[in-house]
Write a protein that binds this ligand. Structure first.
Ligand SMILES: [Zn+2]
Ligand SMILES: [Zn+2]
Length: 442
């Protein structure tokens, strides 16, 4: 395992390459052109973002959001395909057990600009959160859901990039694939699109995902080479006991007592069986059951969430948590149902990172591109980076001290919108230039 110092030194090397010869006159000229074009269409990107902001939809099934994306692509003369389709019944039921609304299909949208190989994928998620917006914006959401993670801006920035790229289609030395993804907040929207072939036809060779960050200065770009977001494993446990009168515990099986033992056991597991150097955060965000002091209930429920940047720790805990649950529930005569959700770490490929950092810097200004520590939050872009080299970048959209993502008070600085659109466009055109021949696949 490398030390923090070694890790930093490794990252410095990536930084050094960003100042390399790639900053050629041709690339500079292209960056200026893309920035100017992004500024010209700024009001349209803002409008797209506000339309989406006002009508947030959550989960995998985003009928109005995806219809709006398709309508915009139609206007641009870009043909698109839905990607997702009906969800397996078990998946629908598992998500309902975890508290999501009924989701029977996923409404991802993909489109290709340019043609042939190589192919770079640009990903924007577009789902909202079950959070009621508490802002006084003219375009605020009035429903109980809100775009408090900024995915409305991601979709609008990718639409902006599509407008820029469509104009430059003749210059593309390959294909740019657009991925408008639902269900990021479920942790599996990207998985559904990958399973439905988003990485094929044309085959994707590299992928770039952006995310706004309201507590960073607008226009900055932050990235971490290697693992850059935590995996998340969620265990939704329903313990079935035998209810009865609290004066006769000997005739009952108390699910609350079993839940308490499982709660303690999984927390101890982290302290006793994982490497202290591995970042592991285990939280039981839901523990519930019972209605009155004189009743032993029939059921209790415990939701256990494990986040880590360490794959070995995740694998170990994924095996041991179900073992402990089984042991404790059976020891006290109960039964249980367990539903497990997994979202992998997102991984930024170091070679791709070296290639794209200079292009991003040509849009934001090189001094505004920073390496940041991996985030302890989770991003389902990991399902893409498990399969192809990918890079995930945070784009500043505010300033330190602002309300963070997921807050009902989150407001993002719309100046980020042309920057994000230009970063998507510049990175993809230039990467294709570096890798492509412009010839169609044989
Ligand atoms: Zn989020
Ligand atoms: Zn998000």
């Amino acid at each position: 395992m490398s030390t923090e110092y070694e890790k930093r030194e490794k990252q410095e090397n990536i930084r050094d390459v960003s100042a390399s010869e790639k900053v050629s006159g041709k690339n500079r000229e292209r960056a200026v052109r893309i920035r100017e074009r992004a500024e010209k269409i700024r009001s349209r990107i803002v409008e797209d973002r506000r339309v989406l902001h006002q009508d947030p939809e959550i989960g995998m099934d985003l009928p109005r959001t995806s219809a709006y994306i398709c309508k915009c692509l139609d206007e641009m003369g870009i043909s698109w395909k839905m990607c997702g389709g009906p969800l397996p019944r078990k998946m629908t039921e598992d998500y309902m057990a975890a508290g999501f609304p009924r989701m029977e299909r996923a409404t991802g949208v993909t489109a290709v600009i340019g043609s042939g190989s190589p192919c770079i994928l640009l990903r924007a998620d577009m789902d909202a959160l079950p959070v009621k917006e508490e802002n006084e914006l003219s375009f605020r959401s009035c429903s109980g859901t809100g775009h408090m993670c900024g995915h409305d801006s991601h979709a609008a920035m990718l639409l902006g990039a599509a407008r820029i790229l469509k104009d430059m289609e003749g210059e593309l030395k390959g294909s740019v694939k657009l991925m408008f993804q639902p269900g990021e907040e479920t942790g599996a929207g990207a998985r559904v699109m990958v399973e439905n072939g988003v990485l094929e036809n044309p085959k994707v060779d590299a992928a770039l995902g952006l995310h706004v960050q309201t507590v960073e200065e607008t226009g900055t770009a932050g990235y971490a080479a290697g693992v850059n977001s935590a995996s998340l494993d969620s265990f939704i446990l329903k313990i079935h006991g035998k209810g009865g009168h609290s004066s006769q515990p000997q005739l009952c099986v108390d699910p609350l007592m079993i839940m308490n033992q499982v709660y303690q056991a999984v927390n101890l597991l982290v302290t006793r069986e994982t490497d202290p150097a591995a970042m592991v955060a285990l939280t039981c965000g839901v523990a519930k059951g019972g209605t009155a002091v004189n009743i032993i209930p029939e059921e209790a429920e415990l939701h256990i969430g494990v986040r880590t940047l360490d794959v070995a720790a995740a694998n170990h805990l994924n095996r041991r948590i179900p073992e402990l649950i089984d042991h404790y529930v059976k020891a006290w005569g109960g039964t249980y149902d367990l539903t497990v959700f997994h979202t992998p770490c997102t991984y930024t490929d170091e070679k791709l990172c070296r290639e794209l950092v200079p292009y991003i810097g040509m849009i934001t200004g090189e001094e505004k591109v920073h390496q940041i520590p991996p985030m302890t939050g989770t991003e389902d872009f990991g399902y893409v980076t498990e399969n192809v080299p990918g890079m995930f970048v945070f784009i500043g959209a505010g300033e330190p001290g602002n309300a963070p993502l997921h807050s009902p008070h989150m407001v993002l600085d719309e100046d980020v919108l042309p920057v994000g659109a230009a970063v998507y466009a510049m990175a993809s055109v230039s990467w294709l230039e570096e890798h492509g021949t412009g010839k169609e696949d044989a």
